[in-house]
Design a binder for this molecule. Structure first.
Ligand SMILES: Nc1ncnc2c1ncn2[C@@H]1O[C@H](COP(=O)(O)OP(=O)(O)O)[C@@H](O)[C@H]1O
Ligand SMILES: [Mg+2]
Length: 338
């Protein structure tokens, strides 16, 4: 039986807030994450073996590619934070084997270089040329023994950039990986346009291993997703409603989350919050119906947990806040499940 969770007004936080915070901190190792872990271990071991031998062979890279909400940022963050014997950048510690930053806007060669210097704790006060800035970046990476540099939102290297700037950024990335004194591996994570950037230059493409955070596939991912739902429900001390064992439930959940892993977690968390705040002891389909309605602001006709022909609903458009009549297709009055 679920224990009822009571408010503790003294701090303004109630027990439900704390349960939800614990759930948000959970991490589920899905199949794309395991693939990323393997590629990363290969990349790092190769670099470390070269270092041990005293050779400065060129370093390699990984490109984590997926749509927004697929879970790229969370996965790379988790990977770097938990990889054994990898010192991530931390205040007060000189050694920074893994350094991570989100691309600044605009993602010009110069701005990206300045952002790297800032993260490395070497902010510039005076204006310098791109060449000087990147020399400083390279120098700081060597001093801090950085093995891996991660750029998140790396599609911004490509979007809104002219061809010259893009080529110049590609050359900069290659120079980092080929530096004769201290080559650095690069991890790029970003949306599918990132693939176009990498493919612009065959030499760059050759050095990168792609890891695709593809859309969820109900046949392959249905069972692990249900395991995840059960794990989260248990952590929230909720029982699994019998209607969640319905065969179509997991398909509807995946569809409602636009087939993205991260969006599935977000819908699950909203459904759990709805159950807890309503004082329920069970997580059931009605919580997911409400969670989708809240998130999309949509009428029941557009709710994948309700509609019979739910695959015709464009959940990504709805989750991005598009009004129903812009979404595909037109709502039908019939065919809704009771
Ligand atoms: N493996 C995971 N385990 C638990 N939650 C996750 C996982 N991956 C993503 N999430 C959650 O999904 C949401 C979207 O993930 P995010 O990493 O921001 O996606 P992306 O960077 O691809 O847009 C976040 O709220 C995050 O906490
Ligand atoms: Mg992200």
């Amino acid at each position: 039986m679920s224990k009822k969770l009571f408010a503790t007004p003294a701090t303004g936080l109630d027990e439900i807030d704390r349960v939800l915070a614990r759930l948000r901190a959970r991490f589920f190792a899905h199949r794309h994450y395991r693939e990323l872990q393997q590629s990363f271990a290969t990349l790092l071991n190769r670099r470390r073996a070269d270092l041990e031998l005293g050779s400065q062979n060129e370093a390699r890279g990984i490109a984590v590619i997926g749509d927004s909400g697929s879970g790229k940022t969370t996965a790379v963050r988790r990977l770097l934070a938990t990889h054994p014997d990898l010192q991530v950048l931390q205040p007060g510690i000189e050694k920074a084997e893994a350094v991570s930053l989100s691309l600044p806007s605009p993602a010009s060669v110069k701005f990206v270089g300045l952002a790297c210097l800032n993260v490395l704790g070497y902010p510039l006060r005076r204006d310098r040329t791109s060449a000087i800035i990147w020399d400083l970046v390279q120098n700081n990476l060597r001093l801090r023994q950085t093995l891996v540099l991660h750029f998140d939102e790396a599609q911004d290297f490509y979007i809104n950039q002219n061809a010259r700037e893009m080529q110049s950024m590609i050359n900069t990335l290659k120079a980092l990986m080929q530096n004769p004194d201290w080559p650095v591996s690069i991890v790029l994570s970003g949306m599918p346009q990132l693939r176009d950037l990498i493919n612009m230059d065959p030499q760059l493409a050759r050095r990168f291993t792609p890891v695709h955070f593809t859309k969820l596939d109900p046949a392959q991912d249905g069972a692990p997703i249900m395991k995840m739902v059960a794990g989260y429900a248990e952590a929230a001390r909720l029982e699994m409603g019998t209607d969640l064992h319905d065969r179509s439930f997991v398909r509807r959940l995946i569809h409602a989350a636009a087939e993205e892993f991260g969006l599935t977690v977000e819908l699950l968390l909203s459904a759990i919050e709805i159950a807890l705040r309503a004082g329920k002891s069970q997580l059931c389909r009605s919580c997911f119906i409400q969670a989708f309605a809240r998130r999309s602001g949509c009428m029941p006709d557009f709710n994948p947990f309700l509609r019979e022909d739910y695959t015709s609903i464009n959940a990504r458009l709805l989750l991005l806040g598009q009004v129903p009549d812009e979404a595909n297709p037109e709502p039908k009055k019939k065919g809704r499940k009771k």
